[in-house]
Structure formats: structure tokens, C-alpha cells
Design a protein around this ligand. Structure first.
Ligand SMILES: Cc1cc2nc3c(=O)[nH]c(=O)nc-3n(C[C@H](O)[C@H](O)[C@H](O)COP(=O)(O)OP(=O)(O)OC[C@H]3O[C@@H](n4cnc5c(N)ncnc54)[C@H](O)[C@@H]3O)c2cc1C
Length: 301
């Protein structure tokens, strides 16, 4: 805690305009609406502010945690003695040139997809309903309905551990994985290559996918989307349903009745409730089907 306090003082001297927040409840910043306070959070509005935050943390031997919209994140109830750098909503620019979009990491996927649609560019329709930021989506190689970030990302600009700007063209994209998954570099932005399309058909596809989400997913409750990765040859939700676990509840956490792949916060859920539920689901699914589920959602503790 003392080192974080020192970081706060050094950073606020070096970067007086940087938005620094101490002891922020993470339930405000995660789509699960769960989590205790983070010791310190920086919300940079420029690359310079982000670089100063990363560089100063490195000088003091503090490893930052980078986050976007918190839609794939679960934070411990007792809070975390960590320094968080959040790219949303400060880093949110987007420029277009022909079929190329150059966007900052904090821009929401919804806004990015709508920008592409308005420019008559196709390739981001799948991303419209994913409630994350570009940085989180690149890290996770987010995907849906046959699309994934790997199809459109051509270059990523990031900060190294010491705060140097680096351009990356090799991403090691896999299923919900990328070269950024180890958390050592902060994504600042990305160059996306799209294709020319018709605004009308892009809109229609986006509306069709939104309708599918609305009818199949429990969007009326806080969650982090699919709780588990898709096991090879199976669907997590189908396995969970097969084990009779739809509606299974621990405290305020519940396996959604609408979509068994989602764990929802029915109201007042703690991180402890959610993790206890996850463990029991994993045990029962393994005992019944022999498949070991793996969490997709990241846990910060
Ligand atoms: C209702 C709902 C539906 C969803 N549907 C889908 C879906 O269809 N497909 C899908 O793939 N996901 C889905 N998700 C999960 C989530 O939206 C995605 O994983 C999204 O890409 C996470 O982005 P984020 O900005 O919220 O990242 P966060 O949750 O903030 O972080 C996720 C990971 O990315 C890292 N990260 C974030 N920003 C940066 C950065 N700037 N630099 C370096 N690392 C960073 C974090 O350290 C963490 O490891 C859904 C979630 C919800 C709540």
C-alpha cells in the first residue's frame, strides 16, 4: 500500500492532469457489478499520460493491471492492492482512411462497429453486441457469430513494461487468446482492415445479431458473458444444462435459466458467490461428462 501511495504522489506531480482515483469500488467498473476497491486507478486521456503511468509504475517496481470496460473481469470482494490503468473512456479516438480504421484502445466495440457501418465498411458486424473495448477485445481475441478480432486486426500499438511505444504485427491470436494475454503490455490502439460493403446490409446484419443476443442471452442481468471457454468438441452451456444446473444458485450468483453458459448476478452477488458457483459447476460437469471446464472470465485478486 505504501508503494502505491508513493506512486500516486510521484504520478500526480509528474502528470497533474492525469485522472487518478484511490480506493475505487470495482463494482462500478465491471459488468458483473462485483468487486471491492482497487488501491489506485489511472484513467489516461492521452498516450503521454498512459506512458507516464506505465513508466512511473515500472520505476517503482509496481506491475500495473490494464483494463478496458471490465466486461470480462471479476474482482475480489476484499479489493485489490493493485495499480489499474483503464483505457476506457479516455482513449477513445477513431480515424478512417479508405478501408482502414485507426482506433484507440478505449473505444467501445459498439461505437467502432457503428463507425464502420456509417462508412459503409463491413467486417465488424459481429463485434457490435460485445460490450468491451477495443483493447480488451484484442487481448481476448473476442469473437461471435463466426467473426473474431483476428480477422480484422493488422497492427497494434502498445506500451512495453517500461513505457516505450511499440508497434506489433504478430499477435499469436488463438481462441480467446493473443500475444497480449500475459498482461505485460498496454494496448494503446490498433489498425483494423475492413472491406467495402453496403451500409444497409451491414445494418441489417447488426440488427439480426442483436435480435439473436436478445432472445438467447440474459442481458437483463449483470454478467461477464460466457463464463467458460468452449471446450473442444462441446459447448459449455449445453454441458451445464445436461447436468441439470440451469438456475443453480450460490448466494446472489446463478447459472442463467435463459443460457446456461452465463453466470448472472441476480442481485447482491459477491465474487465469492460467483467463484464458489463456478467451482461447483466445474466439479459436477466433470463428474457427469468427463469434461473439465475452464473459465474465460479473468479474475483479479
Ligand atoms: C453480456 C455480455 C456478452 C458478451 N459477449 C461476448 C461475445 O460474444 N464474445 C466475446 O468474445 N466476449 C463476449 N463478452 C466478454 C467481453 O465483452 C469481451 O471479452 C471483451 O472483449 C472484453 O473487453 P473489455 O474492454 O471489457 O476488457 P476487460 O474486461 O476490461 O479486460 C479483459 C482482458 O483484457 C485485458 N485488457 C483490457 N484492456 C487492455 C489494454 N488496453 N491493454 C492490455 N490489456 C487489456 C485485461 O487485462 C483482461 O485480461 C461478453 C460480455 C458480456 C457482459
Amino acid at each position: 500500500m505504501e508503494r502505491i501511495e508513493q506512486l500516486k504522489q510521484v504520478l500526480s506531480n509528474r502528470c497533474p492532469d492525469l485522472d487518478l482515483r484511490a480506493n475505487e469500488p470495482m463494482s462500478r467498473y465491471t459488468s458483473f457489478r462485483v468487486g471491492g476497491p482497487a488501491a489506485l486507478m489511472a484513467l489516461p486521456k492521452t498516450i503521454q499520460e498512459a506512458a507516464a503511468a506505465v513508466e512511473t509504475a515500472a520505476e517503482l517496481g509496481i506491475e500495473p493491471f490494464f483494463m478496458g470496460n471490465g466486461s470480462n473481469l471479476l474482482v475480489a470482494d476484499e479489493g485489490v492492492d493493485r495499480f489499474l490503468i483503464r483505457s476506457t473512456p479516455g482513449l477513445c479516438g477513431c480515424q478512417a482512411k479508405g478501408t482502414t480504421l485507426l482506433a484507440d484502445s478505449g473505444i467501445s466495440l459498439a461505437r467502432l462497429a457503428m463507425t464502420a457501418r456509417d462508412l459503409g465498411l463491413t467486417g465488424l458486424e459481429f463485434a457490435h453486441g460485445i460490450p468491451g473495448s477495443l483493447g480488451g477485445a484484442v487481448t481476448m481475441n473476442a469473437g461471435a457469430y463466426g467473426g473474431e478480432m483476428a480477422q480484422v486486426v493488422r497492427e497494434v500499438t502498445c506500451l512495453t513494461k517500461s513505457g516505450q511505444v511499440e508497434r506489433v504485427e504478430e499477435f499469436d491470436f488463438g481462441y480467446r487468446h493473443s500475444a497480449f494475454s500475459d498482461g505485460s503490455r498496454m494496448i494503446l490502439g490498433a489498425r483494423l482492415e475492413l472491406e467495402k460493403g453496403e451500409t444497409e446490409s451491414i445494418s441489417a446484419r447488426m440488427a439480426e445479431l442483436a435480435q439473436q443476443r436478445q432472445s438467447k442471452q440474459p442481458l437483463e442481468y449483470p454478467s461477464a458473458g460466457s463464463m467458460f471457454k468452449r471446450p473442444a468438441g462441446h459447448f459449455a452451456g449445453a454441458l451445464i444444462q445436461e447436468c441439470g444446473l440451469k438456475g443453480f444458485t450460490v448466494g446472489g450468483a446463478q447459472v442463467s435459466e435463459k443460457h446456461a453458459g452465463f453466470v448472472i448476478n441476480r442481485g447482491g452477488a459477491t465474487c465469492g458467490d460467483i467463484l464458489a458457483l463456478v467451482e461447483q459447476v466445474k466439479e459436477r460437469v466433470f463428474a457427469h461428462t468427463g469434461v473439465m471446464l475452464e473459465m474465460e472470465v479473468k479474475v483479479l485478486r
